[in-house]
Design a protein around this ligand. Structure first.
Ligand code: NAD
Length: 484
């Protein structure tokens, strides 16, 4: 178990830890802002560039290892993470406020991801291609990219880094990982856990700091060969343009405004708990969280009655309470941004249902709300809030519901709740999103399935599953004339 002793962030490069000093900030527990979590210090630009050069050294040994050898390291990383699952879940909960039960599930997902990608070490990584000439053996194979920069957000402090690091490593790349500031203690501890697997020096490196300072150093000056980023659309498009200028491979997973459509034949008793879970677990800070609920007009009054009843059981609590369904939001800056949208909702919309708050602590707590009375042009319907606010809109029929669902610049995930097979299949076909579900919440896509969005939600690549292997490798076509 993690103790409440003071933590510090550290830099890890070339198999060595470096204590950090100087610039930094004190971090407090978002569930109780009177409890200090630790002192966060940042890596310097020089330390970032040093980590990149160590990663180049690491790449030269790692690329020569067989898939089976690399897989053994990933299995060891999985074992070490499994042993430390409660400790790391507890730390992450204290650092960014995700309820402990959900955080534990996220760590277990991390273990599963490591197993999944370790297994890729023994799978075929190429194709035999017929040749037009006789006595020619022609084949294509995946080869690594080199040094990959991995830039992650705070909302999935364990799973997102692992769903990037594990495929990057199994494909033979070395990694420089820059986590978000709001999950830097979790990242430091995760790296300590992974090092117990004795990865060769320089294969996995960690730098800590603010994106606009060290993130820019990494991307503008570091000799990296690719970057995988998850975060806001603003940062993602900046990273995409820097990468395009340098002609390095890039992948950006960005903002969203996910919709759940409820048709008149949906079973409301089963649907509403899924809607609330999609909208409010992790305080609405999941990338796949539901933030727009589109309800077919005919059942709107019944939906509102059932929603109000269900919302009265949604209680916001300390993230470390094992019964916590929703904890606080992750940080002061999240609290301030979301609070502005709550004020806007109270002024310009109608709050139709509210959750409860049950804690004696002072923290970044926001009561979840469902609002109505705004049109599709309103900020609450259009802008990414990334907090516990969901907007409800009525639709005349299925076709208008699809139109409203697609009326967004983002396209990450969407759901439909119905028993009508024809409409379910039409929705799967017409929803302009990367991940679409029937009778399931918008959140919760499994680790073995491709993950990513359309439109402004991503750079149109995919993470997780087999798709990740496409990003972290490039294809080499080989031909051998073995007899004349
Ligand atoms: P953010 O864009 O501010 O930061 C994400 C990461 O990028 C952090 O590590 C940050 O330090 C770094 N960064 C910031 N500026 C940078 C720069 N100039 N150069 C390099 N790195 C830089 O996002 P956030 O607030 O941490 O996360 C919330 C956002 O992430 C939301 O918009 C959410 O929708 C999105 N998100 C998307 C997905 C997805 O899969 N689509 C998943 C999780 C989060």
């Amino acid at each position: 178990m993690i103790t409440k002793t003071n933590l510090v962030t550290k830099n890890f490069a070339g198999g060595k830890w470096q204590e950090l000093q100087g610039t930094g900030k004190i971090v407090y527990n978002p569930s109780n802002i009177n409890e200090k979590v630790g002192d966060m210090y940042f890596s310097t630009p020089e330390q970032v560039l040093h980590a990149v050069s160590e990663a180049q050294v690491g790449f030269n040994t790692w690329r020569k290892q067989t898939g089976i050898e690399r897989a053994n390291y990933l299995y060891k990383m999985a074992d070490e993470l499994e042993k430390a699952k409660e400790e790391i879940a507890n730390l992450a909960s204290r650092e960014m406020g995700k309820p402990i039960s959900e955080m534990l599930g996220e760590v277990i997902r991390g273990v599963n991801l490591l197993h999944y990608y370790a297994a890729e070490g023994v799978r075929s990584n190429g194709q035999l291609v017929p040749a037009s000439d006789q006595h020619v053996l022609q084949y294509s194979k995946r080869v690594p990219l080199g040094v990959v920069a991995i830039i992650t957000p705070w909302n999935f402090p364990v799973a997102i880094p692992i769903w990037k690091i594990a495929p990057a490593l199994i494909c033979g790349n070395s990694v420089v990982w820059k986590p978000a500031e709001n999950s830097a203690f979790t990242a430091t501890r995760l790296m300590e856990i992974f090092q117990k697997a004795d990865l060769p020096k320089g294969v996995l490196n960690l730098v800590i700091g603010e994106g606009r300072v060290i993130g820019n150093t990494l991307l503008e000056e570091g000799e990296i060969n690719a970057v995988s980023f998850t975060g806001s659309t603003l940062t993602g498009t900046h990273i995409a343009s820097l990468s395009a200028k340098r002609n390095i491979k890039f992948q950006t997973e960005m903002g969203k405004k996910n919709a759940a459509v409820i048709l008149k034949d949906a079973d409301l008793e089963k649907t509403i708990p899924m809607i609330l879970s999609g909208a409010f677990r992790s305080a609405g800070q999941k990338c796949t969280a539901t933030s727009r609920i589109i309800v077919e007009k005919e059942i709107y009054p019944d939906f509102i009655i059932a929603l109000r009843e269900a919302m009265s059981t949604i209680i916001v609590k300390d993230a470390l309470d094992t019964n916590s369904y929703i904890g606080p939001v992750a940080s002061n800056s999240q609290y301030e941004t979301i609070s502005e949208y709550v004020d806007l909702a109270r002024k310009e919309a109608e709050v139709i249902a509210e959750g409860k708050l049950e804690t004696i602590n002072e923290g970044y707590y926001i009561r979840p709300i469902v609002v109505s009375g705004v049109g599709p042009q309103h900020k609450l319907f259009k802008e990414e809030i990334f907090g516990p606010i969901a907007v409800v809109l009525q639709a005349e029929d299925f076709y208008e519901a699809v139109e409203l669902c697609n009326q967004s610049e983002f396209g990450l995930s969407a759901s439909i709740f119905t028993n009508n097979m024809e409409k379910a299949l039409l929705f799967l076909e017409t929803a302009e999103v990367g991940m679409v579900r029937v009778n399931q919440e918008t959140a919760g896509v499994e680790y073995q399935a491709p993950f990513g969005g359309m439109k402004w939600s991503s750079s149109h690549t995919r993470e997780q599953g087999q798709s990740a292997l496409d990003f972290y490798s490039q294809v080499k076509t080989c031909a051998i004339k073995y007899s004349f």
